[in-house]
Design a protein around this ligand. Sequence first.
Ligand SMILES: Nc1ncnc2c1ncn2[C@@H]1O[C@H](COP(=O)(O)OP(=O)(O)O)[C@@H](O)[C@H]1O
Ligand SMILES: [Mg+2]
Length: 361
Amino acid sequence: MSTELRIEHLRKVFPTGKPAVDDVSFTIAAGEIVALLGPSGCGKTTTLRCVAGLEHPTSGRIRIGGEVYSDPEAGVLVAPRSRNVGMVFQSYAVWPHMTVRQNVIYPLRNRKLSRAEIDRRMAEVLELVDLTQYADRPVTALSGGQMQRVALARSMVYRPQLLLLDEPLSNLDAQLRLRLRDDLRRIIKAAGLTALYVTHDQTEAVVLGDRIGVMRDGKLLQMDTPETIYNRPADLFVAGFTGASNRIDGRLVALDGAFGTVETPSGHRLNALLPAGATVGAAVQLALRPDNLVFNPPGEGPNRFTARVLSQRYQGVQTLYELELFKNQIEVLEVGSAAHYKVGSDVTVSLPPETCWAYPA
Ligand SMILES: Nc1ncnc2c1ncn2[C@@H]1O[C@H](COP(=O)(O)OP(=O)(O)O)[C@@H](O)[C@H]1O
Ligand SMILES: [Mg+2]
């Protein structure tokens, strides 16, 4: 049965350096997939290893299904093998001298199950990962994607209450990665498992996670649905890490509810979404996604400006432009296989106010 994971004020400080995990709290509901996203070294793996019991937390509490598994202050630390947690890593971690079936059955060897029950679970899990026809192949005769599905099947066959995945797609080539990415979500959902999925890849996090938690320097900056992370990032780091790469400096000159007027050093005025507690006169930085700017917007509207096309990078299904917009260089994406705007020409772009996010500078 899948169960809730609750992490409260988790801290892990290694003997060297600053905290690897610094006061992280979040809950994953039963059957929910949460993706922890962040750059290398931000503490994703350490968080996951604390949940697995492979790392001893410095402080904080970890509960699975309401039961306390780790609470250093209270002297509680449940051994990894007693946690009933399934794990999948970046390396395939399959036994090379065994067949698919032997690999998948391995975790059941010490669990007094009947032959019939073992066969039933094997059939079920192989079906789930779509490897039924490969059951008797040696794993060395499989592709990387298939090997990773063997690892997944093996981590699910004993019906863990929680599945932990640490960058399971990073060793695969690009095409396989995309395919297995979609499969993974389907498989985890079909099994009804609660899952914590660690990745540095924003698109993986978006496709796999019911919610995404963005980490930096051991801290959890924001945990929300993919839509909220992409449309209302909590700070400049979350905005930048999820693709809002454009920055425009300015000063807040007027407030109007959730929105306000920002004036750039060049004297242009934009309407933007404001951070909580914003005050007139404050220096702000606007973050904008290249895909949220609109070329040649129809009709009338706010935040329309003339910009100069500085460069054009044709990418087949889309074109990425660099524009000069009142002394800032910003990137804008045109979707579709036709690139309409020539280098050196002037274009009108609109920056829809709900996509202009102001943050304290
Ligand atoms: N066993 C360890 N000993 C000392 N420092 C470690 C150890 N494991 C991880 N760290 C440090 O903790 C921080 C977080 O690492 P990690 O959790 O692996 O990050 P991520 O998985 O996000 O790349 C890094 O600064 C890393 O160097
Ligand atoms: Mg890691």
